[in-house]
Design a binder for this molecule. Sequence first.
Ligand code: COA
Length: 146
Amino acid sequence: MKIEAAAKDDLKALCEIENGLFDKNSFALTQQNFLYHIKKNPLFICKIEDKAAGYILLLTHKKSAKLRVYSIAVKNEFQGKGIGLKLLEKSFAYAKKTGKKSIKLEVNTTNYHAIRLYEKAGFVKSGIASNYYPDGADALLLEKLL
Ligand SMILES: CC(C)(COP(=O)(O)OP(=O)(O)OC[C@H]1O[C@@H](n2cnc3c(N)ncnc32)[C@H](O)[C@@H]1OP(=O)(O)O)[C@@H](O)C(=O)NCCC(=O)NCCS
């Protein structure tokens, strides 16, 4: 398994991961979105024997001491093998390297698998954002101090 910064060559694979998991009408990222993030933001892709298995997209602002996990996804056939946790660990390493004090994210309150993963990785609840998603679902706000 290797986790590396995503490049333009990974665009197709990133879209395949995304479209296999997220409803196109929700917050699914498009090829154009991925291209933008590859240029502007930390975006790491996990490959297993050169097959793309998952990615994590981070948002960072110079003035903020917090790094944000904007999106994390692992292809169905690769789930449950610890890749999600490895991608989060990559984000912790990136946050520390860039001097951030904490890492935060939002997750649908009904996304139990993801919430378990985040709790296992050391995130704790920092709040709730009501009506956060397009379908009106609430988001759980989680944060991990580094
Ligand atoms: C959430 C997601 C990224 C997890 O990736 P993953 O590679 O399967 O996660 P891991 O294998 O590292 O799992 C780590 C822990 O998370 C929890 N977990 C993950 N998937 C689970 C599942 N299907 N059932 C129960 N618990 C699960 C477990 O606590 C697991 O630890 P354990 O195996 O020791 O019990 C993946 O399921 C995914 O891409 N889901 C769809 C997209 C999504 O919801 N992204 C998050 C949006 S905020």
